[in-house]
Design a protein around this ligand. Structure first.
Ligand code: NAP
Length: 282
């Protein structure tokens, strides 16, 4: 590798399973760029020093995965609004002064996926029902509010966790226990599953979609399997649906653009490559 090459990497612990090198490698090749994207495993006891001294790493930027998103956040000199809302950074870069900048692109990934596969979705959606209240839900609620969605209902097994998000995001959000879901679906324009339910190897997501208007967009951020039971059920009754793979791919776009100077596209070739790597049949 030449010393001139711009290098970025996925950082975390462990990093062996990350698909980020596959995604960025695809874009580097597609655009004929002389850059590199690798893996840097940062043991937890070294994380604070690594991110505080990021400018000595030889990297122009990085993605950050578990368990270091909060440590990376704390090390940043500048943060975007999403990272501030999340208290966590998943994308880092050094600016021209050498300051460490951090962003959280999960919410942008969610929006990019819907914009690509259901263009105009946000002109129709005023009321969203979000299943789950974990880290992904936090990013998605932030993203929905940033697009002007006027009511976000957060439905979670553990009501208290949904309430924490309501308290954070304010009056356009409302926490509910799971047994209120049927009533909430009646007025929903958008239904999002952010729980791990329905993922291969996890418990199924058992939900009755009968009250949901057939015009409502249904999306699942689980992408193994690609067409989850929720999406199958929604499609079979005529609802438009969007799968979750694009969220994973679109969240990588801002970092690549920042490090390598080209805004990449999430195209069919990239989707096919990642699906093959995941062993997911379409
Ligand atoms: P998390 O912080 O651990 O939150 C998990 C959520 O799932 C919580 O709301 C939890 O409810 C709920 N849940 C888990 N098991 C449940 C069960 N048996 N019954 C009812 N609810 C249950 O995880 P996360 O980071 O938000 O990720 C959630 C899912 O999204 C994972 O499958 C992850 O792979 C996927 N994801 C996808 C993308 C993408 O790019 N497509 C990005 C991020 C995450 P409680 O609060 O009651 O425990």
């Amino acid at each position: 590798m030449s010393s001139q090459k711009r290098k970025a990497a996925i950082t975390g612990f462990p990093v062996d399973q990350s698909r980020s090198p596959l995604v960025h490698g695809y874009w580097l090749k597609k655009h004929g760029l002389d850059g590199a994207y690798g893996r840097v495993a940062v043991p937890p006891e070294e994380a604070k020093t690594f991110f505080n001294d990021f400018k000595t790493s030889g990297l122009v930027g990085a993605n950050v995965t578990v368990p270091h998103k909060e440590v990376a956040f704390a090390a940043c000199d500048h943060l975007d609004e999403a990272a501030k809302a999340m208290g966590a950074a998943n994308t880092l870069w050094l600016d021209e002064t050498g300051a460490l900048c951090g962003a959280n692109t999960d919410g942008l990934g969610f929006l990019g996926n819907l914009d690509q596969l259901a263009p105009g979705w946000d002109s129709e959606s005023r009321t969203a029902v979000v299943l789950g209240a974990g880290g992904a839900a936090r990013a998605i609620i932030w993203a929905l509010l940033s697009r002007g969605i006027t009511a976000v209902h957060i439905v979670n097994r553990t009501f208290e966790k949904a309430k924490v998000l309501e308290d954070q995001f304010g009056s356009k959000t409302k926490a509910h226990p799971w047994d209120k879901l049927g009533t909430l679906l009646e007025d929903a324009d958008l239904l999002v599953n952010t729980t791990a339910l329905g993922m291969a190897g996890k418990a199924p997501l058992e939900i009755n979609l009968d009250p949901l208007p057939k015009s409502a967009l249904v999306t699942d951020i689980v992408y193994v399997p690609l067409e989850t039971d929720l999406l199958k059920q929604a499609a079979s009754r005529g609802n438009p649906t969007v799968d979750g793979l694009g969220m994973l791919l679109h969240q990588a776009v801002p970092g690549f653009e920042c490090w390598f100077g080209v805004r990449p596209e999430v195209d069919d070739g990239l989707r096919a490559l990642v699906l093959e790597d995941l062993g997911v049949k379409v």
